[in-house]
Design a protein around this ligand. Structure first.
Ligand code: NAP
Length: 352
């Protein structure tokens, strides 16, 4: 019997990606979908504006959409993924945690809460210990995954921080349209254009990597300056990054070696959504590119290229992350798999 999961925000871009990625999942099956009052009460297949490739899985298309409400946190499932809009995610996710559900969230609302893990399984699985400090008056808890651009940056910084200690980071992103949800940026703003502002994004990039690379109590001690741009790319956030180190490496080869030697903690290997390679250092001087490399590792591999000396800091490179897979739904599914493997997500005895 699989573990039953509900999707909060099931009609959105991230919600739809959950539905695509969970089709045929060996451990989890979707038994409930929820969204706003605008969508509630009708079959999922009738209300959703489906933007994923391929048809809506038949069993999901037939499910009646429930309203994701903070005053009635009740879905026929064992735990929930949240792809809710941040304007409602705080209240609704807290209500589900209080009602005893494990909430695996993509939204920003609880990411910096001191007792809520901000998790990338390959980077900081030990942060799951924070769950024990949560007290929602039930067995429920909340685990979050980082901002989509933070995921790519942090995974790339992880082996460098372990080997050399990060001192300073300068990052400029070129972020895909799908990162703004659906319908997102108006076509007349996006096409043939670059929008040099994404509300709140720079602050997330300047704080989340330190939390992920730090201990339970104290974030890692480095400074970041971020500039974020929206570009007319469908999927894939690209970042141009310069880094200085506390213990500068002896050569560029030492940096390459550290990236290539990166191995996720053993407990992550073999999880159904874990890619063969979490990080891939690419050789060609024009890589990575979203169109070519965004789907590496079924969208779960972060690719790195153009590694070279930086005349201002120590080294510079380009990294690329699939924003709705590794940066959102795929990352959250990997988080849930790690929790399930640790016995923190169980099938409840209640009948549907
Ligand atoms: P989206 O396409 O705008 O979807 C938002 C979802 O929230 C929809 O299902 C919507 O339901 C639901 N919703 C909105 N208002 C609601 C309300 N008052 N009550 C209940 N449900 C409500 O957004 P998205 O891109 O999927 O992003 C979802 C979340 O993930 C956001 O918090 C976002 O910041 C985060 N995130 C997104 C990405 C990405 O790459 N897109 C990456 C990482 C994290 P209706 O359809 O019924 O309105």
């Amino acid at each position: 019997m699989k573990i039953r999961v509900g999707i909060l925000g099931a009609t959105g871009a991230v919600g739809q990606k959950f539905i695509s990625l969970l089709e045929g999942h060996p451990w989890f099956e979707i038994t409930a979908v929820a969204a706003s009052a605008r969508s509630a009460g009708r079959a999922y297949g009738e209300v959703v504006n489906w933007i994923e490739k391929g048809p809506i899985p038949e069993a999901i298309a037939r499910l009646e959409v429930q309203e994701a409400r903070s005053d009635h946190p009740n879905l026929a499932c064992d735990f929930v993924f949240s792809g809710l809009d941040a304007s409602v995610a705080g209240d609704v996710e807290e209500a589900f945690a209080r009602a005893g559900y494990a909430v695996i969230s993509n939204a920003k609302n609880f990411r910096m809460h001191p007792d809520v893990p901000l998790l990338i399984p390959e980077v900081n699985p030990e942060h799951l210990a924070l769950i024990e400090r949560q007290d929602w008056g039930s067995s429920g808890y909340i685990v979050t995954n980082p901002n989509c651009a933070s995921v790519g940056l942090t995974m790339t910084l992880k082996p460098l921080h372990d080997a050399f200690g990060i001192k300073q980071v300068h990052v400029t992103t070129m972020q895909a349209l799908s990162g703004a949800g659906y319908p997102g940026v108006a076509s007349l703003d996006a096409l043939g254009n670059v929008v040099p502002h994404i509300g709140g994004e720079e602050d997330k990039l300047e704080t989340e990597p330190q939390r992920l690379l730090g201990g339970l109590e104290v974030p890692a001690d480095f400074e970041t300056s971020a500039q974020c741009n929206r570009v007319p790319v469908v999927d894939g956030h690209t970042a141009c990054v310069s880094v200085s180190f506390v213990r500068p490496p002896s050569s560029l080869d030492a940096v390459k070696k550290a990236i290539r030697a990166f191995r996720p903690p053993l407990e992550v290997n073999g999880l159904p959504t874990s890619p063969d390679r979490a990080l891939e250092l690419l050789g060609p001087e024009n890589a990575p590119q979203p169109r070519t490399h965004v789907d590496l590792g079924k969208g779960m591999t972060v690719s790195i290229g153009r590694l070279r000396p930086c005349p201002l800091l120590d080294v510079k490179f380009v990294c690329l992350v699939h924003n709705t897979i590794r940066g959102a739904a795929g990352g959250a599914i990997l988080n849930a798999e790690l929790l399930a493997q640790k016995g923190k997500i169980l099938r409840k005895n209640s009948e549907l």
